[in-house]
Write a protein that binds this ligand. Structure first.
Ligand SMILES: C[S@@+](CC[C@H](N)C(=O)[O-])C[C@H]1O[C@@H](n2cnc3c(N)ncnc32)[C@H](O)[C@@H]1O
Length: 236
C-alpha cells in the first residue's frame, strides 16, 4: 500500500463514521457542483476522491439515468461508500474502485478511458501532487464533457485573523487550500482547448471551478438557473 493510501486510511478509519454528519456544516458548495454536472441520460459521471459516497448517491438520485463511478485511495472510505450505496438501493448504479487520483488507469479500473462528467470535491486540497491529479482529471473528461470542482479557497476575502485560524485548523487535517488552482486550471484547460472558470465563493472560503470541453452538452436536472458565478473570478 502506498504512503498516501496509508495516511488517508489512518485519517479516516474512525472519522468516516461521523464524516457525513459533521462535514455538511463546512464542505460548502458541494450540491451546487453536483447540480452543475447535468449529464445527458445514459452519460457517465466519475467522482475522484469520492470518500463516503455522499456525493455519488446525490448524483445517482439527481440524474437517475446516469452511470456513476467513484475513485478513492482509502479502502476505509470505500468500505463506508459501499455500505451507503447499498443502503440507498443504488448498488447497480454506482461502480467503485481504489486508486490514486494523481496516477490511475481508468481503463483498468472502470473499463473506460473517459467520462462525460468528472467531479472533484474537497479532494485536491488533500492531495500533495494536486497538479498531477488535476491534469489527470481533465485528461479523463470525454469530448463534449465537463469537469466540476469545489474545494477550500484562498480565503482572501475573510478577515485576517479568521483566515489564519482557518488555515491552522485545516492544516491539522492535512488540508492545504490550493491558492494557484485558478491559474493551473486555466493553463491545463488551454492545453486541452477547453474553457476554464474558477470563482471564489463566500469570501474565498470555497472555490468553484468548471472546465468545459468544446461542444459541452447540458442535460436535464442542471442547476436552475444555470450555475450562478457570483464570486470573485480566479481565472485570467
Ligand atoms: C475531504 S474528503 C472528500 C470526500 C468527498 N469528495 C466529499 O466531498 O465529501 C477527501 C477524499 O479524498 C481522498 N483522497 C485523498 N488523497 C487521494 C488520492 N491521492 N487519490 C484518491 N483519493 C484521495 C480521501 O481518501 C478522502 O476520501
Amino acid at each position: 500500500m502506498s504512503d498516501a493510501a496509508l495516511l488517508m486510511d489512518r485519517m479516516y478509519r474512525r472519522q468516516r463514521h461521523i464524516y457525513d454528519a459533521t462535514r455538511k456544516f463546512y464542505l460548502l458548495g458541494r450540491d451546487g457542483a453536483i447540480a452543475a454536472l447535468a449529464p445527458l441520460p445514459g452519460e457517465t459521471v466519475l467522482e475522484i476522491g469520492c470518500g463516503t459516497g455522499r456525493n455519488l448517491i446525490a448524483v445517482a438520485r439527481r440524474f437517475p439515468n446516469a452511470a456513476v463511478y467513484g475513485l478513492d485511495i482509502s479502502s476505509e472510505m470505500l468500505a463506508t461508500a459501499r455500505a451507503a450505496i447499498r443502503r440507498a438501493g443504488l448498488d447497480g448504479r454506482v461502480t467503485l474502485a481504489q486508486g490514486d487520483a494523481s496516477d490511475f488507469d481508468p481503463q483498468a479500473l472502470f473499463e473506460r478511458a473517459a467520462f462525460d462528467r468528472v467531479l472533484v470535491s474537497y479532494a485536491l486540497s488533500m492531495i500533495p501532487p494536486w497538479r498531477e491529479a488535476l491534469a489527470q482529471a481533465i485528461d479523463v473528461v470525454a469530448e463534449g464533457g465537463a469537469l466540476e470542482i469545489v474545494d477550500f479557497g484562498d480565503q482572501a476575502g475573510l478577515p485576517r485573523l479568521l483566515r489564519a485560524g482557518l488555515r491552522r485548523w485545516l492544516a491539522a487535517f492535512d488540508v492545504t487550500p490550493r491558492d494557484a488552482l485558478g491559474d493551473e486550471l486555466a493553463a491545463l484547460a488551454r492545453r486541452r482547448g477547453a474553457r476554464a472558470q474558477a470563482y471564489a465563493l463566500y469570501g474565498g472560503y470555497a472555490t468553484r471551478a468548471t472546465v468545459d470541453t468544446p461542444g459541452r452538452r447540458i442535460g436535464p436536472g442542471a442547476a436552475d438557473p444555470a450555475p450562478a458565478w457570483t464570486g470573485r473570478s480566479l481565472t485570467t
